[in-house]
Design a protein around this ligand. Structure first.
Ligand code: NAP
Length: 330
């Protein structure tokens, strides 16, 4: 199949391109050519900025595509532009949305695709608008769209996140044997998917007409706690880990500029159902061991100097010190 990936050099996109090539598809990318990582040399790239609507629609609309995977559509305007470019010229259109359409606040755990759309962030709201516009086009004109909603997806192309956010200096802390903060009891759940595994699902859905007009969560079926995630990073680095749990509210009170992001995303347990995707792609099971995907992600961060010296910022040490020395009545 001849497949266009809009994006294609980023975190999830790279997993998709690798999986498409593995299945011997003809792969074409549309991006600005600004990303620090180049695509594989045998891949054709159409250069342009999708925000330049006229140019984007002319370039994408100039060809027929067996499938288009849109990785960088964040609102109704992006989706409407992709629709204008692709309608009548695409066999299957896969739009990358997000589980942040469901929250926070989330209406429960193991959320299926029918869960209420309670996302309140600008990001989540924009994705809801884009999803709705494309689903309406399916209902109205049979536009062959499938919507994928990934959970947290890691791999080369993006910093490895930890629960309390911030930059990649937590990797340096681990390497230097420094303790790291975790919010609350460290038992909030997340689903950590590798971009290599995600790429296989994005690839294997292509051409499945049963998926037209459908939404699929794309998540790792195994929920892991943040403590497990932080330990996986230490294991990948081959170091011991010391985790210091401090409640979310305490962290936000001590350094709101650093930790208020916990209210928005990573401070919430997030578990989404994998069942609908498993029914349409029974052969798809995430295969990459977590320490392997984390090690790949860290290697990419090292290559791009994205692991800053943690000695340059002592906020985390100060917080740990303060919390450990709080006066207590015995
Ligand atoms: N990672 C996660 O945890 C997660 C979870 C849920 C959903 N998602 C979704 O995954 C998608 C991100 O995919 P990704 O990880 O592959 O992306 P990414 O790492 O953000 O990379 C962005 C890609 O798009 C290109 N690009 C960016 N702006 C562009 C523009 N204006 N015009 C043309 N090309 C542009 C970039 O290349 P140039 O810079 O060279 O243009 C690059 O190839 C988003 O839709 C996001 O909402 C991610």
């Amino acid at each position: 199949m001849k497949i266009l990936v809009i994006g294609g050099t980023g975190n999830i996109s790279r997993g998709i391109v690798a999986a498409l090539q593995n299945r011997n598809h003809e792969v074409v990318l549309f991006n600005r050519g600004q990303h620090a990582d180049s695509p594989p040399s045998e891949v054709r790239v159409i250069h342009g900025d999708r925000k330049n609507r006229e140019d984007f629609e002319a370039k994408v609309g100039a060809e027929e595509w067996d499938a288009v995977i849109d990785m960088i559509s964040f609102n109704a305007e992006d989706a409407a532009s992709a629709l204008r470019a692709c309608q009548g010229r695409v066999g299957h259109f896969v739009h990358c949305s997000t589980v942040m359409t469901y929250g926070p606040p989330f209406s429960g755990i193991n959320l299926p695709e029918t869960a209420p759309l309670q996302g309140t962030s600008g990001y989540g709201l924009g994705k809801i608008e884009a999803d709705n516009l494309l689903l309406e086009a399916h209902a109205r004109d049979g536009f062959p769209v499938t919507i994928f909603k990934p959970s947290y997806t890691h791999g080369p192309g993006m910093n490895l996140h930890r629960q309390v956010g911030g930059d990649g200096s937590w990797i340096d802390r681990l390497r230097k044997g420094k303790p790291i903060l975790s919010a609350g009891d460290g038992l909030n759940y997340f689903q950590f998917l590798s971009s290599r595994d995600a790429g296989i699902a994005f690839t294997d859905i292509l051409g499945k007409s049963g998926g037209f007009g459908e939404i699929y969560n794309i998540v790792h079926p195994q929920a892991r706690t943040w403590d497990e995630w932080h330990r996986a990073a230490a294991e990948a680095l081959g170091v011991e880990i010391e985790i210091v749990h401090v409640s979310q509210e305490t962290l936000i009170a001590m350094a709101p500029e650093r930790f208020s992001g916990l209210r928005g995303n990573f401070g919430h347990t997030q578990i989404f159902s994998h069942e609908k995707l498993a029914a349409v792609l029974p052969e798809f099971t995430p295969q990459v061991p977590i320490t392997e995907s984390v090690a790949e992600n860290i290697a990419w961060m090292d290559k791009h100097n994205l692991v800053p010296d943690s000695d340059a910022d002592n906020l985390e040490d100060q917080i740990i010190e303060t919390v450990r020395n709080l006066p207590r009545i015995r």
